[in-house]
Design a protein around this ligand. Sequence first.
Ligand code: RET
Length: 258
Amino acid sequence: MRKYSLMALSAITAVMSSPALAEGGKNLEQGDFVGISFWFISMALVAATAFFFLETQRVSGKWKTSLTVSGLVTLVAATHYFYMRDVWVATRNTPTVYRYIDWLITVPLLITEFYLILRAVGKASAGIFWRLIAGTTLMLIFGYVGEAGYLSVWPAFICSMLAWFFVIYEIYLGEAGKMGTTQAPAAVQSAYKVMRAIVVFGWAVYPIGYFLGYLTGGNPADSMGTLNIVYNFADLVNKIGFGVIIWNVAVSATESHT
Ligand SMILES: *C/C=C(C)/C=C/C=C(C)/C=C/C1=C(C)CCCC1(C)C
C-alpha cells in the first residue's frame, strides 16, 4: 500500500518538475485555443497517472501490471505534453519530434495491454507480444521518416499503413483476436472488443492527420492548429479512455474473483 502511494507520488513529482522550456518567456494567451488544449490534456494526463498508480492497490495481483502500464503511458505522455505545449506557445509550430518520441514509447506500451489482458485470463503466447510490438514500432518509424523527410511521404505512408493493418489483423483475426473473443470471461471479452475498436477508430485520427497534412497538396502549416487540437483530444480517448476501460475490467474481475 505505502509502496504504491510512494510510486504515484514520485511519478507526479517527476512530471511537475519537468517543464523546462518555459524560461523562453512566453505565456499562454487567452485566445490560443490550441495552446489551451495542450494544457488541458497535460493536466488530464497527470491526474490519470496518479489515478492508475493508486488504483493498482485495489486490483488482484494478475491485473496490477495492466494498470501500471496504463499509468506509465499517461506519465510518459504528460511529460511530453509539457514540452509540446511550450513549443506551441513559444513558436506556434507543431512539436512533431516530441510527438513521435512520445508515440514510440506509449504506443507499444498501449498495444502490450492486449497481451497483458490475455495473459491475465489464460496462456498468451510470446508471439502475440512480439507481433504487436513489431507492428506498432514499424508503423511509427515509417511515419517519422516520412514526416521528417528521410523518405518520400507517400511510400512512408503506405508502409506505415500496412504495419497498422498488420496490428489490426492480429487483434481481430490473428491469435490474439481468437483468444480475446473466445477464451476470455464475458466481461474481459467486451473490454477487449472496445479496446480493439479504439485501435481502429481512435487511432485513425493520426493517419488522417498525416494525409491531410502531407498528401493533399496543401500547405501543412494551414491545418496545423486544427490538427493539433484533434490530436490532443484524441489522446484523451486513446490514452486515458483506453486505460479506464482496463481499470474497469480489472476492478470488476477482482471483485468477482475471475
Ligand atoms: C497515444 C498515441 C497514439 C495511440 C498514437 C497512434 C499513432 C498512430 C496510429 C499513427 C499512425 C500513422 C499511420 C498509420 C500512417 C501515417 C503515419 C502515422 C504514424 C501517423
